[in-house]
Design a protein around this ligand. Structure first.
Ligand code: GLN
Ligand code: ZN
Length: 759
C-alpha cells in the first residue's frame, strides 16, 4: 500500500540549553581551542540529526547546521569573501568566516539584515570582484559525516542560487541574471556530488518565489532549474518555498524539478492547487505544521487539509512537513516547568512539532486511528475556555474603539502652535532616542536584583543614582528634551510584556536572532490589559531633577506585537489594538503625573511589512490605527514623539505621516542620503529628526560632520520642523564616547542656530 512520507526543512541549531551559543562564545573568548570547539559543535549537530530521526522523520535535513548563518555558509562555499578580508582562494577557514560575520581589527563586518519577515538576521553576501568558485562542498561533508557517524542518509538543504543572489549586494557591472548564471555550474557540481553520494532528495530553497516575482526573476528561475535538470540529471531536487503562497503556482509546478515544497499554513496555495491541479510526475511537499509560531496544531484540521490535497495528488506523491524551517521556534518544551498547565498543554516547540507531524503521517497512512488527532484540538479548546484568555472589559473597549475615530482631535499644525507656546524650544531642538549606555555595572545589578540577591530598595536606589547622574550630564551638555535613560530595562519588549496582563514568559524558549545572539520572545496568550503604571516612577523621578522636559519612553503596540509570539485565535489587528489600548492607559498615567513629552517607539513597524506588496496597505493601515489609539486621548499640548530604526522608508512615508506623531526621529546615517531624496518628493510638515550621527559605531563624529548632516537635511526640510538627535538609542555604546558625541552634536546644532538667526 502506498504511503505518505514526512520531512522537515531545518532544525534549530542552538541546542536545548543554548549549547551552540555557549560553544561559539567560548571559542571567540579563547576559552576553548578550535579543536574542542569543533568537537562540541559536531556532537550537537549529530544529536540534532539523530533527534529528528527518532521523531520518525523519513527525510532528515542535513546541512542546515551552521557556525553562524546559512547565507554566509553559502557565500563562503563559493569563495565569496569580501575583498577586505585578504583571502586568496581555497576553503575559507573558520576565523576568516567569523571575521566576515563579526569584523576584526582590520576590516568591518559584512552587513546583516532580516531574513524575509522573520526576526532571524543573515549576513548579506557581497558579490565583489572575486569570481565565484566551489571551494568547499560543505553539504557533501555534512552528509558524509551523518552517514558515517549515524548511518543516516540525510536530505541536504541548500539555499538556491536565485534567492542567494537576490539577497546579496550586487557589486560591479554584472547584472543580477549574470550573477546567477555564474553560480549555476558550481551548484551543478554540488548537486552531482550529492547525487553520487547516494542522497535521495536535495532540498533547494527559493523563498523569493513567495514575494512579488518579476518576469526577469521567473525566467532566470526557469533557466536555472532547466540547467540543473540537464547538467545534474540524477539530482532529485525538491524546490522549497515558505512563509507565503506563490502567486503563479501553475508556473512553479512546470519548473524542471522533481518536487515542489509549498506552505499550506500561511498562504492560499491550497485553493490554487485545487484549481490548477498538480503534475502526476512530481512530488508535493506540503507544509502543514506552523513553523513560525509556538501553538499546538489542531490536527483534525490538518488532516482535512491533507484529504483535500489528496484529491489532487496521490499518496506516493505527497510529503508532509512543517511550513518552514523550525529555526524560528524554540527547541523543546521539556524544560518549561513554570508555565500554567493549560498554556503549556497548548504549546508546541520544534520537537513537539515533529511529533505532531508524525501523528498526521501515521493517521493518513492508517497506522493509527483518527483519535490520534484529538489531543491538540482539545488542548487549544481548553485554553480558549480558560478565564485567562478573555477579559470582558478589554473586549468591550476594543469594540468601542472600532466605532470611534482613532485620531487626536486637534490637528497637527494647531498642536504644533500650542506646544511651542508651552515649550518655547529654540530652533533645531536637540534630544536623544531614549537609552543611555548600559554599563556592565547596570547589567550586573539588574541581574542580582532579578535573582533576589539585592532588595527592591537597593535596586531602586541604584537605578535612581544612575538616572540622576545622566540628568546632570544632559543638563551639562545642554540638550533640550531629556530622557531618564532606560536603565531599568533589559529589552524594550520584554519590559512591557512582563508588566502588562496577557503575556507569558518561557524559561527556555530561546530563538536564534543573529549569530550567537538568541532572544526569548514573550507569548501573547490572553487579552492584553493594563495592570499598573509601568514607567511613571522612573520618569517622574527624572523629571523632578530638572526644569527641562523629560520624555516618557514607551514601546509601541506594533513593535510589541511583531517581537512576540502572538495568539492566533484573534485577528492580528485586534491583538495589536488591545496592546495599544493598554499602552494608552500608560500614556495617560504619564500625562497626569505631569510628563509633557512622550515617545512611543516603533522600530519594528518597517520590518513587519508583508512579503507581498498588495498586502502592505492593510498592514500599514492597521499599524497606523494602533499607534494612533495608543496616544489618542492626550491633551493637544502633550507632545508625542516616535522613533523608527532603519532608513528604508521611501515606500511608506505616507503611513509614517499618518501616525500623526508630533515629532518623529528616523535613522538616517546609514542610508547615504536616500531618505533625503524621499523628502524631495514628499512635503513633511510635522516635527522630524533625521539622526545626525551613527550610534552603531564607537567612533565619535566631529561637529563639522554633524553640521553637514544638518545642512543636508535642511535642504529638504523646513528649519522650523527639524530636530537634532542621534539615530538610535545609545544603550550599546560606552559612556565617554557617548558624552563626547552628544556634546559635539549640541554644539553643531547651536552653531547652525546662530547661522539661521543671522539669516
Ligand atoms: N528608546 C529605545 C532606545 O533608545 C529605542 C530602541 C530602538 O530603536 N530599537 O533604546
Ligand atoms: Zn532605533
Amino acid at each position: 500500500m502506498s504511503s505518505v512520507r514526512s520531512s522537515s526543512l531545518g532544525f534549530p541549531r542552538i541546542g536545548e540549553q543554548r549549547e551552540w551559543k555557549k560553544n561559539l562564545e567560548a571559542y571567540w573568548n579563547q576559552k576553548i581551542s578550535k579543536e574542542e570547539y569543533g568537537t562540541k559543535q559536531k556532537a550537537l549537530r549529530l544529536a540534532n540529526v539523530q533527534k529528528q530521526k527518532d521523531a520518525g522523520l523519513d527525510l532528515i535535513p542535513v546541512g542546515d547546521f551552521t557556525h553562524y548563518d546559512h547565507v554566509l555558509d553559502t557565500a563562503v562555499a563559493f569563495g565569496l569573501v569580501p575583498d577586505r578580508f585578504s583571502y586568496d582562494g581555497g576553503e575559507v577557514d573558520l576565523d576568516t568566516y567569523f571575521a566576515i560575520a563579526r569584523g576584526n581589527d582590520n576590516a568591518v563586518a559584512a552587513e546583516m539584515t532580516k531574513w524575509f519577515d522573520t526576526n532571524y538576521h543573515y549576513i548579506v553576501p557581497e558579490l565583489n570582484s572575486r569570481e565565484p568558485e566551489l571551494v568547499h562542498n560543505r553539504w557533501l561533508t555534512l552528509i558524509e559525516e551523518a552517514k558515517k557517524e549515524l548511518h543516516i542518509v540525510g536530505k541536504p538543504v541548500l539555499l538556491g542560487p536565485v534567492t542567494f543572489v537576490k539577497l546579496s549586494k550586487q557589486y560591479g557591472n554584472r547584472s543580477f541574471v549574470d550573477h546567477v548564471r555564474s553560480l549555476l555550474p558550481l551548484y551543478t557540481t554540488v548537486l552531482n556530488e550529492l547525487a553520487d553520494a547516494g542522497v535521495e532528495w536535495i532540498q533547494v530553497d527559493e523563498p523569493i518565489l513567495v514575494g512579488d516575482v518579476s518576469e526577469e526573476e521567473w525566467s532566470i528561475i526557469e533557466e536555472a532549474y532547466d540547467w540543473f535538470a540537464k547538467s545534474a540529471p540524477n539530482a532529485k531536487i525538491l524546490l522549497q518555498t515558505y512563509f507565503e503562497g506563490i502567486d503563479s503556482l501553475d508556473r512553479a509546478t512546470k519548473l524542471a524539478v522533481a518536487g515542489l515544497g509549498l506552505d499550506f499554513v500561511y498562504s492560499n496555495n491550497l485553493e490554487q492547487l485545487k484549481g490548477n491541479g498538480f503534475p502526476k510526475d512530481k512530488t508535493l511537499a506540503a507544509g502543514l505544521i506552523d513553523g513560525r509560531n509556538i501553538w499546538r496544531t489542531d490536527l483534525t484540521e490538518t488532516h482535512s487539509i491533507v484529504e483535500e490535497i489528496l484529491t489532487v495528488v496521490s499518496k506516493e506523491q505527497l510529503i508532509v512537513q512543517p511550513s518552514c524551517s523550525l529555526l524560528h521556534v524554540p527547541v523543546t518544551l521539556k524544560h518549561e516547568q513554570k508555565l500554567a498547565s493549560d498554556l503549556k498543554a497548548a504549546l508546541s516547540f520544534a520537537e513537539e512539532k515533529l511529533t505532531e507531524l508524525d501523528h498526521v503521517k501515521s493517521v493518513v497512512n492508517k497506522q493509527q486511528g483518527p483519535e490520534r488527532l484529538q489531543a491538540g484540538k482539545e488542548a487549544i479548546e481548553a485554553l480558549n475556555q480558560s478565564a485567562s484568555r478573555t477579559n470582558k472589559e478589554v473586549r468591550e473597549a476594543l469594540e468601542r474603539s472600532k466605532k470611534e475615530d482613532s485620531k487626536r482631535k486637534v490637528p497637527a499644525d494647531k498642536r504644533m502652535e500650542l506646544q511651542q507656546e508651552v515649550f518655547k524650544f529654540p530652533s533645531l531642538p536637540t534630544t536623544t532616542i531614549g537609552s543611555f549606555p548600559q554599563s556592565p555595572e547596570v547589567r550586573k545589578t539588574r541581574l542580582q536584583w532579578r535573582r533576589g540577591e539585592i532588595s527592591n530598595e537597593a535596586y531602586e536606589t541604584f537605578i535612581n543614582a544612575e538616572i540622576k547622574r545622566w540628568i546632570d550630564i544632559q543638563e551639562e551638555i545642554d540638550l533640550d528634551v531629556l530622557v531618564h535613560g532606560e536603565f531599568e530595562r533589559t529589552d524594550m519588549v520584554e519590559f512591557f510584556g512582563e508588566k502588562l496582563g496577557g503575556f507569558e514568559f518561557t524559561s527556555n524558549g530561546w530563538v536564534q536572532s543573529y549569530g550567537s545572539r538568541c532572544v526569548k520572545p514573550p507569548i501573547i496568550f490572553g487579552d492584553v490589559y493594563f495592570q499598573e503604571a509601568m514607567t511613571v516612577k522612573e520618569t517622574l523621578y527624572a523629571q523632578s531633577l530638572t526644569e527641562k522636559p523629560v520624555k516618557g519612553m514607551l514601546t509601541g503596540p506594533v513593535t510589541i506585537y511583531n517581537w512576540s509570539f502572538p495568539r492566533t485565535d484573534l485577528k492580528p489587528g485586534d491583538v495589536v489594538n488591545q496592546i495599544a489600548l493598554a499602552l494608552e492607559k500608560e500614556v495617560l498615567a504619564l500625562e497626569s503625573a505631569g510628563i509633557t513629552v512622550i515617545q512611543v517607539d516603533e522600530p519594528a513597524l518597517r520590518e513587519g511589512l508583508p512579503l507581498k506588496r498588495r498586502n502592505w496597505t492593510d498592514y500599514l493601515n492597521q499599524s497606523v490605527v494602533a499607534f494612533q489609539l495608543s496616544v489618542k486621548t492626550v491633551q493637544p499640548q502633550t507632545q508625542i514623539h516616535t522613533h523608527m530604526c532603519y532608513s528604508d522608508f521611501q515606500d511608506i512615508i505616507q503611513a509614517i505621516d499618518g501616525l500623526d506623531a508630533d515629532v518623529i526621529s528616523i535613522e538616517m546615517s546609514r542610508s547615504h542620503g536616500e531618505l533625503i531624496t524621499a523628502f524631495e518628493d514628499y512635503t513633511y510638515s510635522k516635527g522630524i529628526g533625521l539622526g545626525v550621527y551613527d550610534i552603531h559605531s564607537p567612533r565619535v563624529p566631529t561637529e563639522e560632520e554633524m553640521e553637514t548632516s544638518i545642512n543636508r537635511a535642511l535642504q529638504v526640510l523646513d528649519q522650523r520642523i527639524f530636530w537634532v538627535n542621534p539615530d538610535c538609542g545609545l544603550k550599546t555604546r560606552k559612556e565617554p564616547e557617548t558624552v563626547e558625541a552628544l556634546k559635539a552634536m549640541v554644539k553643531a546644532a547651536k552653531n547652525k542656530r546662530k547661522e539661521l538667526v543671522v539669516k
